[in-house]
Design a binder for this molecule. Structure first.
Ligand code: DAH
Length: 349
């Protein structure tokens, strides 16, 4: 009887094991033969009903069956596993010849770049880069710069008022001169530049913006004269525009400097030959500057009999426009990424 059973199971197994092509089928077969109630498992448990003298042979036969199944199971499983892995590798293959997706990388604003260049230069000459409030007091923005209430110079710097007539959006970065000197408490040297936003009640057009960037500079020490300022301006503009650029002073008037000058540089566009940009003069005005007025020094706690200094202020947009050949100041503020990209690329070349 047992022999018959053996043969039956063996036959069935041979048939079952013929074309197994799926892991799921293989697993079902394992359960069918070797699971808790599997055919081989059950056969094995019948050993207790087998007469003693046949037990050994019976056991061997069951083992043989089990081994056959296991051998088959192992080899087919390995084959199917490998086939499945290959299939997955194929379907998940990465085509390394495809061009990579470009990840857009941010870049500093052009204005920021110009400012950073100026900062780097002045830092290398021992200056500090300082900050001041954009919401400023009339006292610092005008009065302590020698521009008392009612002074006509205020008309040129009409700004936005926050509270009454005393709190305003600064119309220039010059108040930071005063703040720096007050903080300096009479100590020298003072060497600072202050880049920052300024505001004026101008109607926006190609050359005006109600908000713009200025860079202020102040140096206070002993025996400071216009020639120190001249040397500093020379270094600044040669650094920004190249060795061939020349600087010249023209007399001017500011309330907080005496004497005051306008700093011109040779036109970057035509190298001084004369063109539309420089109105055929070969020169463009880029900075307002001068020797710090005694009243300003005195009001900020520096004795003008002992100390002297120079100060300067310029618009960052103006320089950036010249450097990058931009003819509309609104370019900086309309947040058009296409423009930013063009300048970015030009800079890399
Ligand atoms: N604050 C002036 C302006 O906005 C520019 C200026 C002129 C700054 C002369 C200075 C200076 O420090 O000495 O027009």
């Amino acid at each position: 009887m047992e022999t018959k059973k053996f043969e039956e199971i063996q036959k069935e197994m041979d048939a079952d094991l013929k074309d197994v092509e799926e892991l799921k089928v293989l697993e079902d077969l394992r359960i069918k033969y070797l699971g808790k109630k599997g055919l081989i498992t059950e056969l094995n448990s019948e050993i207790k009903n087998v007469p003693n003298e046949e037990k050994k042979e019976f056991g061997m036969k069951v083992n043989e069956l089990r081994n056959r199944f296991n051998e088959f199971y192992d080899s087919v499983k390995e084959e199917l596993d490998r086939a499945e892995l290959n299939k997955r590798l194929e379907s998940e293959a990465i085509d390394i010849s495809l061009p990579a997706t470009k990840i857009p990388v941010g870049a500093p604003h052009i204005l920021e770049k110009v400012i950073e260049e100026v900062e780097e230069l002045f830092l290398s000459m021992g200056y500090d880069v300082v900050d001041g409030p954009e919401i400023e007091e009339d006292k610092y923005n005008f009065e302590m710069l020698n521009i008392p209430k009612g002074h006509p110079a205020r008309d040129a710097q009409d700004t936005f008022y926050i509270e009454g007539e005393e709190i305003l959006l600064r119309s220039q970065t010059s108040p930071v001169q005063v703040r720096t000197m007050l903080k300096g408490e009479g100590k020298v040297p003072i060497r600072m530049i202050c880049p920052g936003k300024t505001y004026r009640r101008d109607d926006d057009d190609a050359s005006h913006s109600h908000q713009f960037m200025q860079i202020e500079g102040l140096l206070v020490d002993k025996n400071i004269s216009l020639s120190d300022l001249k040397g500093t301006m020379d270094i600044l503009f040669k650094r920004l525009f190249g060795k061939d650029v020349e600087t010249r002073f023209r007399p001017s008037y500011y309330q907080f400097t005496e004497p005051s000058v306008e700093v011109d540089i040779t036109c970057v566009n035509c190298h001084g030959k004369g063109c539309n940009v420089c109105k055929h003069t070969g020169w463009v005005t880029v900075v307002g500057a001068g020797v710090v007025h005694p009243n300003v020094l005195r009001m900020s706690g520096y004795d003008p009999e002992v100390w002297s200094g120079f100060a300067f202020g310029f618009g960052a947009e103006r320089l950036a426009m010249m450097k990058y050949d931009i003819n509309d100041i609104r370019t900086f503020y309309n947040a058009d990424l296409r423009e930013a990209k063009v300048f970015d690329r030009e800079d890399e070349e």
